[in-house]
Design a protein. Structure first.
Length: 134
């Protein structure tokens, strides 16, 4: 029986092996999170308590996190299963500014949106990932 399997495999046509490349998909616009990530983000904001808001022009402004809550913003039927319910964060009573807020992460100030952009999503092209000012 072993010889039969070997003979079948030997005569099977060969297919060139190409590495699988995952698709690069755009990040949701406006930027939102799935239920798993929004829970993580809200608790991270509550623990950290301070953010930096930076528009790229002026010096960063410190934002004190008084309240952070998740809010359901809709259902995306085109998203992967388990990611279809979409949420945003209300920070201190206002919708969060994903592109302008930076959080201390791994001894650096990193853009909050960067932390929640999946590895198969195309990030915004002009978004500075680390806090750098003149």
């Amino acid at each position: 029986m072993v010889m039969l399997v070997g003979a079948i495999l030997y005569h099977a046509p060969s297919v060139p092996a190409e590495p699988w490349q995952p698709p690069i998909v755009p990040a949701p616009e406006p930027f939102t999170l799935n239920s798993y990530d929004v829970i993580d983000a809200v608790w991270m904001l509550r623990r950290v308590r301070f953010l930096q808001r930076w528009d790229g022009q002026t010096r960063p402004e410190t934002i004190v996190v008084r309240t952070a809550e998740s809010v359901w913003v809709g259902y995306d039927p085109d998203a992967y299963e388990g990611h279809r319910n979409r949420y945003d964060i209300v920070l201190n009573g206002e919708s969060i500014e994903w592109d302008l807020l930076y959080i201390e992460y791994a001894n650096d100030m990193v853009n909050l949106r960067l932390l929640y952009t999946y590895r198969n999503q195309q990030p915004p092209p002009d978004l500075p990932y680390r806090l750098r000012w003149p």
